[in-house]
Design a protein around this ligand. Structure first.
Ligand SMILES: [Zn+2]
Length: 191
């Protein structure tokens, strides 16, 4: 399995250390490369928002894999499979942010990552319905206008909202910070 890390030195860069015993097919099928590439699309969001950063990379890794033609099955079934099993953590009166933060702190990474990826499932749905653009399309445009200028989650979301002339990201983050998670997450994943 390849092992990857990202370095943030102003220029986005991704470094890979690949065990040469794995063939190329094995390498490009592996999700870690796509996960690390997805991280590079946003600046560091701040220490409080590791859950959101991992949720973003988890959501986007499958979008990138689908575009590269290496995703097995369709996007909806992949998200369904990953997210469904973690919904129970969010069937709670606590906020989604506090639940995701606790899951990260407890090193329950699949639950933290995929539970937080649901933020971007919601964002993508709203973008497509209300703004006729998908999250991957918006993130692609973001690279050219704003990626180098933003330094925290508030700035990133202000840029994304500015691009669509709306408040979608700021409002969704506010809901994840303040509303009971059970009001945002379904009991059953129904994409
Ligand atoms: Zn990650």
């Amino acid at each position: 399995m390849p092992w990857a890390y990202t370095r943030r030195d102003g220029k986005g860069s991704v470094h890979f250390h690949v065990d040469a015993r794995f063939g190329l097919t094995k390498f490009v099928d592996d999700w870690t490369i796509y996960h690390e590439l997805a991280h590079m699309a946003l600046p560091y969001l701040g220490p409080e928002y590791r859950w959101l950063s991992e949720g973003f990379a988890s959501y986007m890794q499958y979008q990138i894999m689908a575009q590269a033609g290496v995703l097995k099955g369709d996007l909806a079934e992949n998200y369904h499979k990953k997210i469904t099993v973690h919904l129970r953590w969010f069937n709670s009166d606590l906020t989604a942010k506090s639940i995701a933060t606790r899951l990260m702190d407890n090193k329950q990474y699949p639950a933290a990552y995929w539970g937080s990826a649901y933020f971007f499932v919601l964002a993508d749905n709203k973008l497509q319905k209300q703004h006729q653009i998908s999250l991957p399309q918006l993130i692609s445009l973001y690279q050219d206008c704003c990626r180098a200028l933003d330094h925290n989650v508030e700035e990133v979301f202000a840029s994304l909202d500015g691009m669509i002339k709306g408040k979608l990201f700021a409002e969704l983050l506010d809901e994840f910070k303040n509303r009971p998670a059970r009001e945002l997450y379904p009991e059953v994943f129904n994409q």
